[in-house]
Every structure is written in structure tokens, then in C-alpha cells.
Design a protein around this ligand. Sequence first.
Ligand SMILES: [Zn+2]
Length: 231
Amino acid sequence: MRFICPYDGTPVNENLECEKGHKFIYHDGMYDFLVNSKVKGDALLERIAPIYDKIWAPLGFFLTSFYSYDRIFKDAGSFLSSRNFLDIGTGPGTIFKYVKCEYCIGLDISTKFLLILKKKFSHVIAVRADATSLPIESASMDSVSSFLVLHMLNNPSLAIKEISRVLKPNGKCEILVLVKSNVISRLLSKWWKIELRHRDYYISAIEENKLTLLEIKKYGPWLLLKCKKQA
Ligand SMILES: [Zn+2]
């Protein structure tokens, strides 16, 4: 496993410099590919980072779907456990309690979340980067997940394209997103100031990016998609 430049795709050396001269830094236990970048962590998420794991996410997900967060993570653990595993928008890294991996990468744009992740899961490689241009080598991951994140992006299909790019043939992916559906999703989208997409948007993005949809489940306004990279 090695890093590539998120701007031009050339390999990044041990000093975290790409072949075209872009420089990245390692600090506070994390590889930071967003130095000098305009990408900012969402202000609300930055503020709630310290309590996110215990209160916010389980409560938010449970209240809006009436299903347990824990149950979904347990199932994800058996589906995604593999040698090289990447979690995109990992937050405080809850998924690493469930997924067994040798090379475990937790990626987020928030420094605060990554600091919490490193305290709890020292074996996880913490990477600060943008979900739509991953500093990860193509065809290097056995499994990739992204929970409760892609609907927050301006262009979720770009992130799905990146998930497909970094997966090995037959590699697995699991995505949990908020979709345009009912009153609850309308409320959440107003609150987060995001434009929600219809479920068909995600299904098309998956199919257009050499991924096979294995399973699709609806939990209230949330949509869970399991897929596999075509061989
Ligand atoms: Zn570069």
C-alpha cells in the first residue's frame, strides 16, 4: 500500500512529496493531504466531533430510521473484513470496532475526528483527504466503506468513482446514504443545508462505475448499498 498525489495521481515518496512537487505532511499521527487546500471540515461536524460517536450518530440514525446503528455495523463487519480496508468519512472510526483488517485506513477531512480515531484505534492509518480525490493507489483495496457521508458531498458520484478506482477486482464496498424520500429526509437536508439525491442517482452511479450492486436495503430515509467491483 502506498499513497498517490490527490492532484495528479503520481506516487508520493516517503517524504510525502509527489513526482510533480506537491508536498504533504504527517502530523499528530495522521497523513495530511489537505494542507494548503481549500477543503474545510464541516463546521457543525467539527463542533460535535467530541460527542459524535456516543450521542449524535446513533441517536440521529435511530431516531430517523428506527433501526439500530450497532446492528448495521455488526453486519458490515462480517461483509467488509479483509486485508486492506478503507473507510471514507470515518469520523471517530466506529467501524474499526467491527471490521477486521491488516491494513486499515480511516479517511476524513476533519482533523478533530482523526485525532479521536487515533486515540481509540492506534492500528488504523489516519488519512486527512477529500473523498472525491483519494490519495490511494488504484486497485489496492479489498474493501471500502462510506457511511452517512456521501450525501453531504456536492458530487457524490465522484466519490463512488473513486471507491471503484481504489478497489481490487472483486473487492467489496458498502455505502449508507441519506436519500430523498420523506418528511424526515427533507428536514435533515434543510438542517444540513444539502441537496438530497434520489436512490436511483446512487444506483446509476454504482452501475456506471464498474460496480455490481449486490444488495439494497432501506432504513427509513437511509439507503444501504452493498456492491462488488467487477473482475
Ligand atoms: Zn502532485
